[in-house]
Design a protein around this ligand. Sequence first.
Ligand code: GLA
Length: 729
Amino acid sequence: MNITYLRGNNSFKLDTDNTSYVIGIVDSEGFIGHAYYGAKIPNDNVTYLMRTNENPLVPSLNGRDRSSFLDTFPTEFSGNNVGDYRESSINIRDKNGASGIQLLYRGYRIINGKPKIKGLPATFSDEMNAMTLEIDVEDVNLGVKGTLSYSIFNNSDAITRSIRIKNVSDNIIYLDKLMSMCMDMDDDDYRMLVLHGSWARERHIEYRKIGHGKQSVSSIRGESSHQEHPFIALVGENTTQSYGDVYGFNFVYSGNFLGQVEKNQFNSLRVVMGIHPENFGFKLDTGDEFYSPEVVMVYTNQGLGHMTRTYHDLYRNHLIRSSYLRKPRPILINNWEATYFDFDNEKLLDIARTAKECGIEMLVMDDGWFGNRKDDNSSLGDWWVNETKIKGGLKKLVEDVNEIGLKFGIWFEPEMISPDSRLYRQHPDWAIAIPGRIPCRSRNQYVLDITRKEVRDYAYNCVAKILKSANIEYVKWDMNRQLTDISSACLEADRQGELIHRYVLALYEMQERLIAEFPNLLLENCSGGGARFDPGMLYYSPQIWCSDDTDAIERLSIQEGTSLIYPLSTMGAHVSVCPNHTVGRVTPFDTRGNVALAGTFGYELDVTKLSEEDKEAIPQQIATYRKFNKLIREGDYYRLASYSENNYYDCYQVVSKDKSEALITFVQVLNQPNMHSIKIKLQGLDDNKIYKIEGKEETYHGETLKKAGILIERLNGDFQSKLLHLIEQ
Ligand code: GLA
């Protein structure tokens, strides 16, 4: 890793292990251009790639065609309304209401380590393991200064980008848009890979052709969303898991986002990513600063798999802070699919007793334990225990559960308020709503305006009070509706556009407070399943509930898309009953276990109602979890085959960092008649090590297993699965 200023050609070069990123400063005005991002190159002058010696020439040589230059120049951060007609990265309205901005180069710093981004989650590092380039920029006319930040990490091919800007003028200015990054590059026939979805089928991999004009992913729902994901990859025409070009862009943020690729008249691409400009605006008084969230970029010419492992390692080493990251999580049983709202302390204790016999370690009490909550129509905000259901109170229940030998966890939805709640009757103005307009209900609930300190404090203190009242060791923090009616009773008219971003900052502040006050708590984030599964939330919780869909087959696609970027140890995954409550599918109990093993692993069923056969299978599943969890949590992940692509079977592999063992999970989704065995070429093994599949006699070199592969016999039936454990001899 290194960052170099190449004085001779006024350029900056960031080198990671295998990649280089080159920024060039051009013309007397100081335009900041993008010269190169790709495989690592020597310190040659590659600023010619910005084509500034071709027509259209730089403005100092050709002032009459300034726009021709600005509209084609590959910039690091596009301006607005001054000649570049492609997507702007920043819009600012001045005191007269005019918007025009071009941030120009002023100076730089190269720093060891990585400065924090105020109020926002971000990758972090000590001074030894990261370097940061800060480029100072300015628009003199507006009186705006800014800093473009780029960080690189030891032993990683990731580069992070963000920007902060400051109003140094004597006037108020309005920030209407701020992308976190912008990058222009030639289109070498890339496809766009995105993660698309819906409730119960989040993050399915989808490829799109890049046509002229703009194509994007976005959310204006107040969260990163089920539907689209703050991630784009540009993928070469022939790229596979182990070969070819990939540029990944992932946004470390949990609110509205825009990620966009624009192909222009000269077939070059502009990638931008940042907070979605819709309904966004920030008023900056003299001296005020605004910090953008960061984007994590990964380039590789070694295929999607290398990109995946780069994100996994970066997020494990430099993003997720929880001490649980490298620990086995307690095997929990959650009562949501077991009981929904229909439970009492006796029912929970029955589940706990049987769970204990099976080897389960924690009971999580889900939605329905508070206020007058009988269904999803009431009581959010009334965070006191419902003693009709939980007779004797929460402390007593937790003691009883602990007595049985299980830990205890609890569900909250702190950001919400039911119209039918004591809280709403007392504080109707605490709900986000536009004055005079009946706000839109979703799941019959409103969203609390947590940007107001008193509201945030109330919601936080409710959670903290419950946590202090009993021995609670886990919290599932849910968020079951998206934002509408964006308006705050406490913001001035010209600050209403700040609400959604302030909401996300407030959420981060609450979670920061929670993990600081309860450092031993295991926090699992959730949002109607996986609508807020993003790197921002991983800064606070080591795991996120991946989806409300617990069907093993649907989970193959959801977990394939999620694990494209996020470590397996972050994916909340449970075994549930069949027919599955969401899709009605019946799959074997061991396949449900094998698929959940690729995540945090746990149960979401009424264990007292299981067949004896399934109940007896649980201790074996738990033993398998214990045997492989460290490998799954900390190893390198390789995608070997995808059911979404072949409509037949799914196969993935986790290899330990020292390459001494590997676990291969094979799921035959649909049986096919009259077929021979399936050949799978393994990946990631040491060529020279000798391996054996547990339970078999023959030994093979890693090189053979990679080049010649293994044969997996066809299994009898649909939805069948198999684990293969490879051990070094
Ligand atoms: C969301 C969660 C579920 C469950 C319910 C409770 O949908 O994703 O796991 O907690 O809320 O209402």
